[in-house]
Design a protein around this ligand. Sequence first.
Ligand SMILES: Cc1ncc(COP(=O)(O)O)c(C=O)c1O
Length: 398
Amino acid sequence: MLSSRFAALAHYPFRQLADLIQGVTPAINDAPIDMSIGEPRMQPPAFVHEIVARHDGDWNRYPPIGGTAEFKAACAAWLNRRYGLRRGMIDPDTQVVAVAGTREGLFAAAFLAVSPAAAGEQPPLALMPNPFYQVYYGGAICAGAEARFLTARKETGYLPDLDAIDGETLARTQIMYLCSPGNPQGAVADLAYLKRAIELSRAHDFLLVVDECYAEIYSGDEPPPGALEAAAALGGSCANLLVFHTLSKRSSVPGLRSGFAAGSPECIDLFNRLRGYNAAATPLATLEAATALWRDETHVVATRARYRAAFDVAERLLAGRFDFFRPAGGFYLWLDVGDGVAATRHLWREAGVKVLPGRYLTQPEPDGSNIGSRYIRVALVHDIATTEAGLSRLTRAL
Ligand SMILES: Cc1ncc(COP(=O)(O)O)c(C=O)c1O
């Protein structure tokens, strides 16, 4: 009775984590600290609450599925400011669409690009990094593609090596997902890398989806470049390109469920068509708050400073251990603990600290090895005192 299409879909990592630690009771009296999920625990600016309250009468109206004109204009203006785009490169009407959190948008993006294979033909390919945000895989295989993983090793700067993709693979590729700054390793792709990815997508006519959800959380002086900036440097066309941005991380509102996709007018047009049938639309009150958040930078500067302080604590406690490194972007630690699954259970039992085994974010390599096996991912999403307590308990227990 159930579709065979989903047979290859394992339970999502957090369900796997719940199964792993089920029945294990922390042997300490202190409150547990959950560092497994990338859920920012700071409060957003107060104006979010005010705006949502002001629009409390709007619950009896269906929101426009693609977002309000004001929302889309605020997103386009932010893109222009953030990436130094010339005015007009991104038309809010035809090149921006609201998504109810980028999770659902990234999933749906695969349906824009993946065509069914003709009889006797090999299935289309969806390329994605390994390790990776699991939604790329879910979207790709549900849309009928075969997932092909591009290993993001330390030796390649924790980014897929684009020049190592063979011609046969590229010829079958219909969509490629990239993430910068990456989750979990926090690598930032430079402009040359992003240009190369765009060139490949155009030369082989596939859709390039660049997930820039952590674009505003970085450690250096310069903000990470974006794929639209790379498209601008290549002449300004957004052909074959969609970028995704979210407020969840930038503005600490994962509960608001608000992000957007921008880029190729052709893709946005089809996206809008498709979303007429399947979309989880963003409520009006949410869109109003989101519009104000995209227009404001003050809270983002404070947020970034908070993450930097959390990494300072991590560096103080962990430098020289577990192959610690301070990532260029994002808010995760990717720690080599020998056996990530065993360490996760041990940490929960001994220290009441919940982390995510690295192998829940990876797929095995063709030779059966798994580049995530030795690792745990630790999210620095709490206030500084809680972060310090969690990491101190972690170092003691491991
Ligand atoms: C790499 C990456 N992309 C996208 C998302 C989805 O974020 P949201 O659906 O809240 O916009 C996440 C959330 O953790 C993520 O880590």
